[in-house]
Ligand binder design. Structure first.
Ligand code: MN
Ligand code: MN
Length: 502
């Protein structure tokens, strides 16, 4: 007799047994399973809201794979790629270099939960999560592989995360911390909850809508297929958080706060510039800030409050950062463009108009800087629009310390927040990074590129030496996406500084 699904599912989803030959602690050591103050038996309450059995999983994944690769094959025979805007292609390169191998790092995170999670239902979910992340890594690399022959920058889909490029160092600092270090209770809060429930919607759903607007059906197909898996396995976060909040609310709050912050910094460096700069003006539907308000501020905050947590302590600094972080990072990325594996875009007059409409303070903070860059280029002074040294990098997020403010005195300043510890001065982009670094100070050991430079680890100590250290070769080094066409319109406007061309 064959049982119906509802008859067997409740039995198979949490099959467990009592160990007879070894201690529970030997199989689930606390440094890996991370139960801490949570009693061992509390984990039996762990329950996912959307239940999937393995045969259903396999059938669904098979359909998704077939359709994702069929769409990919059909589009590769079309001339879709040729019609894409160069700046948009950079969003795709940035995504693939920044994410493809991160999908593999997520395999480690998921497989650790599959082995050390203290509930059998959780371990089952994580087995499917592991298979999901293998699929994402493979799909992303296969997508990039096809484009390498058209543009060598796509090779960085596989290479970026293995280099000492500053973006890769920043990503590894985040991802090692989030997906690989720590116990599985930490991983479940950090990865499926804070990162996947909170943030990947922005990159995988919101950016997919920009991709369709920009005419990139292939990329929209790739990331949408991936997101359907994320939506399922990210639900490992909620039940883990629920158990943790009940027994150790302080740890729960801290872990969510910390990884929400770090995710927000990383997304400001990658997703923010993709949406507000690399997407062609006519294809931009919502601004990064608007997406963040809808997906993160409304949805995520409601979610954490449902679990009995408070808004993070740094909330005001985070909200203010929505008008500053990604704009400052975009300007930094453009200026240090030889250090990237994509081509950042400048600010055309149409783009500037759109930015001012979406961000009323944009012109005050950034307008004259972009104009001055354009004037230098128009006057033939390209050396004034290219780096001669490195920007200071934040000791926690490893991103440039470049957040601009206008003080009450009307002066433009780049904020640096520092602290002294054991006789060494550390620098931070924000108060949030400084605070989290302080709590984590004994667990951190990754030097920023600037510290490596000052320690003599980068030779010769000049820009070519830095680019060599980062693994950048002339064929992949970033340059302006539009061959500086955006600067032409500025030739007709009043100069920012009289005689700049001289
Ligand atoms: Mn994934
Ligand atoms: Mn995932």
């Amino acid at each position: 007799m064959t049982l119906r699904r509802e008859e067997w599912q409740g039995i198979v989803r949490d099959v467990d047994w009592t160990l007879g030959y070894v201690d529970d602690e030997a199989v689930y050591p606390d440094w890996l399973s991370g139960t801490g103050k949570v009693p061992r038996e509390a984990w039996s309450a762990w329950e996912e809201s959307y239940k999937v059995a393995y045969p259903e999983y396999v059938a669904t994944q098979d359909e998704k794979e077939t359709s994702a690769y069929a769409v990919k094959a059909a589009l590769s025979r079309s001339n879709q790629y040729e019609q894409l805007d160069e700046a948009w292609r950079s969003s795709v390169k940035m995504h693939l270099g920044g994410i493809a191998l991160v999908e593999y790092a997520a395999v480690y995170g998921e497989s650790r939960m599959a082995r050390f999670g203290l509930s059998p239902a959780w371990r089952n979910m994580a087995v499917m999560g592991t298979l999901d992340e293998i699929r994402h890594g493979q799909l992303s690399l296969s997508f990039a592989h096809e484009l390498v022959e058209r543009d060598p920058q796509f090779d960085w889909a596989h290479r970026a995360l293995l280099t000492n490029d500053w973006v890769a160092i920043a990503l590894r600092a985040l991802i090692d911390n989030m997906m690989i270090g720590g116990s599985v209770v930490d991983i479940a809060i950090q990865l499926p909850f804070a990162f996947e429930t909170g943030f990947t919607n922005i990159q995988f759903v919101a950016l997919a809508s920009d991709a369709l607007e920009a005419g990139d059906v292939a990329f929209a197909n790739l990331i949408s297929s991936i997101q359907t898996d994320e939506a399922r396995h990210s639900q490992q976060g909620g039940p883990t958080l629920e158990v943790l909040v009940e027994h150790d609310p302080v740890r729960a709050q801290w872990t969510v706060d910390k990884f929400f912050w770090l995710s927000a910094r990383a997304f400001a460096a990658l997703t923010g510039p993709s949406m507000d700069y690399n997407t062609p003006v006519e294809s931009r539907k919502y601004s990064y800030r608007e997406f963040m308000e809808e997906w993160i501020i409304d949805q995520f905050v409601r979610t954490i409050q449902d679990y009995g947590l408070k808004r993070p302590w740094y909330w005001d600094e985070f909200i203010e950062g929505l008008d500053v972080w990604h704009h400052s990072l975009q300007m930094g990325e453009w200026f240090w463009r030889p250090t990237l594996w994509w081509k950042p875009v400048g600010v055309s007059p149409e783009s500037r108009e759109w930015l001012i409409e979406k961000y009323p303070n944009w012109d005050v903070l950034y307008g004259d800087k972009w104009k001055l860059l354009a004037e230098n280029i128009n006057a033939g002074n390209m050396h004034r629009a290219l780096p001669e040294t490195l920007p200071w990098l934040c000791n926690y997020c490893h991103l440039p310390t470049c957040n601009a403010t206008y003080g009450r005195d009307g002066k433009w300043r780049v904020r640096n927040h520092s602290l002294k510890h054991n006789g060494v001065t550390y620098h931070f982009c924000t108060k949030g990074c400084r605070q989290i670094w302080w709590e984590d100070r004994d667990a951190l050991n990754s030097k920023t590129v600037v510290e490596r430079f000052l320690a003599g680890m980068i030779q010769p100590m000049d820009v070519p030496g830095i680019l060599g250290y980062m693994g950048l070769t002339p064929d992949v080094m970033g340059d302006d996406a539009g061959a500086y066409d955006w600067t032409e319109a500025y030739a007709k406007t009043e100069p920012v500084v009289a005689g700049v061309g001289g």
